[in-house]
Design a protein around this ligand. Structure first.
Ligand SMILES: [Zn+2]
Length: 385
């Protein structure tokens, strides 16, 4: 039996902060929150205890180097496993105890689910994309109704947790158009209907405003990026934001980066041509949040040197920089993220929940940058060294 108490100056329970709230951990679970401190080993800290973070948009097959996604198609299965294991360990060291992988190669991440001492994985397998479309080299190309139907069926058979579909082109794949839709409305609707019939949620990668409108119209569960790009710049009407909110669609804006922000070529070209900035983009995300859209945090980690694994804290930081209250920003990577990912016992410090925990020095509610400096990480009650 393994039992101990964590007594931090502050506890963020996934929704709000508390003081003087000892957390009793027993056999990998949170047994009690608050109350008298039993006669057990105590981990004391002047900092803040939070639920372990959840990266809602990662690519474990991406090694975080330049050209990471271009290398995927050439990897052997052993090489894929090496990259995935390294990614998981780096994420864990940064306090990320669960991840949602939204694009791998040959379903490689699925075999890493349920491993001891590594983060919990929710996985999409290869995203469904058009021929030569965004991230085609992950292996998910499909065109026409029959192939799209077969693509969803294959994912259901493989046991994915979520279906990812590329509704627009992307910044990392040359030859695709970030402003344009990759599928017709009927095709995208078919993917959603087939996935829902198989009991799977769908999240759509969408940069261009028309692709966001398509995704909303066909009833996806989530939208990745949701950048609302047009030839004139970032354009999102109040009606569109309201429609995303009204349909209960979750948006993962994939903000955040380490060091100098170097957008991929297609996005860089877009920003320069339209005079748009990353600030405009953060402003658009904040407008969505103000319209009532549920925002979760994911880094798109692993795809490039600016977005290595373990950078999720910067996604949360950008939300706060944009004016989103720290509690809501932290919930986007804890309680709300868990709910959206279908992780029923994660994302909160509450009796009966898994003891996936992150201790940071300082107070992330006052200084969000402290989130990037873990002082302790526990996975199912076991301290990560
Ligand atoms: Zn991605």
């Amino acid at each position: 039996m393994n039992a101990f108490v964590i007594r931090a100056a502050q506890v963020f329970d996934g929704e709000r902060a508390h003081h003087d709230l000892p957390v009793l951990v027993r056999d990998g679970m949170i047994e009690r929150v608050g109350g008298p401190v039993p006669d057990l080993p105590v981990v004391g800290s002047p900092g803040t205890l939070l639920p372990g973070l959840i990266d809602m948009h990662t690519h474990l097959c991406g090694d975080g180097g330049s050209g990471a996604l271009d290398r995927l198609a050439g990897y052997t299965e052993d090489e894929l496993d090496d990259v995935i294991e390294r990614a998981l360990r780096v994420q864990l060291a940064a306090g990320v105890t669960s991840v949602r992988d939204l694009g791998d190669r040959r379903y490689a991440t699925l075999r890493w689910r349920g491993r001891r001492a590594l983060p919990t994985i929710v996985a999409a397998g290869p995203p469904i994309t058009s021929r030569g479309g965004h991230c085609w080299n992950m292996g998910g190309e499909a065109s026409g109704a029959d192939e799209l139907r077969a693509a969803v069926a294959e994912r259901a058979e493989r046991g994915v947790d979520v279906v990812k579909v590329m509704a627009s082109g992307g910044g990392m794949t040359p030859g695709t158009d970030i402003l344009a839709c990759q599928f017709t409305l009927a095709e995208l609707r078919l993917v959603v209907e087939e996935a829902h019939a198989a009991g799977l949620p769908v999240t759509a990668h969408a940069h261009g405003t028309p692709s966001v409108e398509q995704a909303v119209a066909v009833g996806v569960d989530g939208i990745e990026h949701c950048s609302c790009l047009t030839p004139e710049g970032i354009r999102m009407s109040d009606e569109l934001a309201a429609a995303i909110a009204a349909r209960g669609i979750t948006v993962c804006p994939t903000l955040g980066a380490i060091g100098e922000m170097t957008p991929p070529p297609a996005l860089k070209e877009f920003l320069e041509r339209t005079g748009s900035t990353i600030r405009d983009r953060i402003g658009q995300v904040v407008r969505m949040a103000e319209a009532g859209v549920r925002i979760v945090s994911g880094g798109d980690s692993g795809i490039s040197p600016g977005k290595p694994h373990g950078m999720l804290a910067t996604s949360v930081e950008w939300l706060v920089d944009g004016g989103i209250p720290a509690e809501a920003a932290l919930a986007s990577a804890t309680s709300l993220a868990a709910e959206v990912a279908g992780l029923a016992r994660k994302g909160r410090i509450r009796p009966g929940f898994d003891a996936d925990l992150l201790l940071v020095d300082g107070d992330p509610l006052r200084d969000i940058t402290t989130l990037a400096r873990p002082a302790g990480v526990w996975l199912a009650g076991a301290r990560v060294r």
